[in-house]
Design a protein around this ligand. Structure first.
Ligand code: FAD
Length: 370
């Protein structure tokens, strides 16, 4: 019987891994099944643009996989059974068995951090949430307010995009930090502040949000702000599937893996992308980003193909080159970094950064060719 490889999740990491596995391994020796919740490839890095009302298209996974022997199963994995070596699905055939599992289920918004966020907050972490926000933004009358919570990359990009695409809205950005852009070198940070001023985004530093209400939010210490929508962008968390299955995971639900992306608890299982706590070049856990997801997707295919053909693979290298922040469609900041993610002195700003980021996003899609 041929060796059964099942990949869960067709995002940046899972789709790349699947296509590369299909290229590297011989039909007949393996069967490769890709399970994904939808039949589309969602460009997550554009979801803030979509939420702000910009045009949207999502590539067909069937088209992406045409000409390969990969079987696409459009279903949600509800459970992983490591003893029976199968993934359980919410639709027929109900379950699929594996000999090797590649777990690439991505991540979601951390909506459980404060009271009221799960009920009332919006998010941009997945297509469903971004769609809800898009509809809400379209409903809010001119002069209304959107509060973005979180001064990280997703919060900055979302606030800037909303401010540029919906000039009638007032956009407030709340961060618990002393300022925005603390990971950037001074020139990039100054540009970021100027761009937010130009877009009329009000930044509220040292403002830890304690609760979200239907009509606004409360800050720790007593202040409250009214808002027509609160967007929660304080970071991502991996799905519960891996932890519930008994795989070794970290506090964010990411699967703990060795340098070859193999589960520390279950050697027939690998994890990639946001759902994996990969080991980056410094030895620190990988950052949830495409910059980590893509080498992991490529790397896991090389590792699995090597082991199935009797070779012992080397470690997968996860390093960084830049932090890429769009500030609307015509502005941005590209902070070049060392491989360990620390900023270098050199940054691109303004239109050059926007053009650079767009080129990177497009090349990310091209790299899905494997
Ligand atoms: C608005 C926004 C902007 C971003 N900008 C950047 C950026 O500029 N640069 C950068 O490097 N990163 C950025 N990121 C982060 C980046 O999008 C993620 O790091 C990246 O998507 C991770 O890829 P992945 O393959 O691990 O997961 P994903 O791309 O999330 O793919 C996971 C896939 O698994 C599927 N799935 C999940 N659970 C199940 C299940 N139970 N059953 C079946 N299928 C399932 C999902 O439907 C999805 O198709 C951004 C994220 C957001 C939300």
């Amino acid at each position: 019987m041929s060796h059964r490889i099942v990949v869960v999740g067709a995002g940046y990491a899972g789709l790349l891994a699947t296509k590369r596995l299909a290229r590297k391994l011989r039909r007949g020796d393996v069967t490769i099944t890709l399970v994904n919740a939808s039949d589309r490839f969602v460009e997550r890095v554009r979801l803030h643009q979509f939420a702000a009302g910009q045009p949207w298209s999502a590539a067909s996974l069937r088209r992406q996989l045409s000409g390969t022997p990969v079987q696409l199963v459009v279903a949600r994995v509800t459970e992983i059974d490591p003893t029976g070596r199968r993934v359980c699905l919410d639709v027929a055939p109900g379950a699929i068995g594996y000999d090797t599992l590649v777990y690439a289920a991505g991540s979601r918004a951390r909506l459980d951090e404060v009271p009221g966020a799960a009920e009332h907050a919006y998010a941009v972490a997945d297509l469903e949430q971004a769609t809800r926000l898009r509809h809400r933004v379209a409903e809010i009358a001119s002069g209304g307010t959107v509060a973005v919570v979180g001064g990280g990359l997703t919060g900055l990009e979302t606030a800037a995009e909303l401010a540029e695409s919906c000039p009638g809205l007032r956009v407030r950005l709340f961060t618990g930090a002393d300022d925005v852009g603390s990971g950037l070198a001074p020139r990039a940070r100054t540009h970021l502040r100027r761009a937010l001023d130009r877009l009329d985004v009000s930044v509220h530093p040292r403002s830890v949000v304690a609760a979200v209400r239907e009509d606004g939010l409360d800050i720790r210490g007593g202040a409250s702000f009214a808002a027509d929508a609160v967007v929660w962008t304080t970071g991502f968390r991996a799905p519960e599937l891996a932890r519930e299955a008994g795989f070794a995971t970290d506090g964010s639900g990411r699967m703990l893996v060795d340098a070859t992306l193999r589960s520390l608890s279950h050697p027939e299982v690998y994890a990639v992308g946001d759902a994996a706590a990969g080991v980056s070049v410094t030895g620190a856990p990988s950052r949830m980003s495409c910059q980590a997801a893509l080498p992991m997707g490529r790397g896991v295919a090389d590792v699995v193909a090597a082991r199935l053909t009797g070779r012992e693979p080397g470690p997968v290298r996860i390093g960084y080159a830049f932090t890429n922040i769009s500030l609307g469609r015509r502005d941005g900041v590209v902070q070049f970094t060392r491989a360990d993610d620390r900023p270098r002195g050199f940054a691109l700003t303004g239109r050059a950064a926007a053009v650079f980021k767009e080129a990177v996003v497009r090349s990310t899609i091209r790299s899905e060719a494997g």
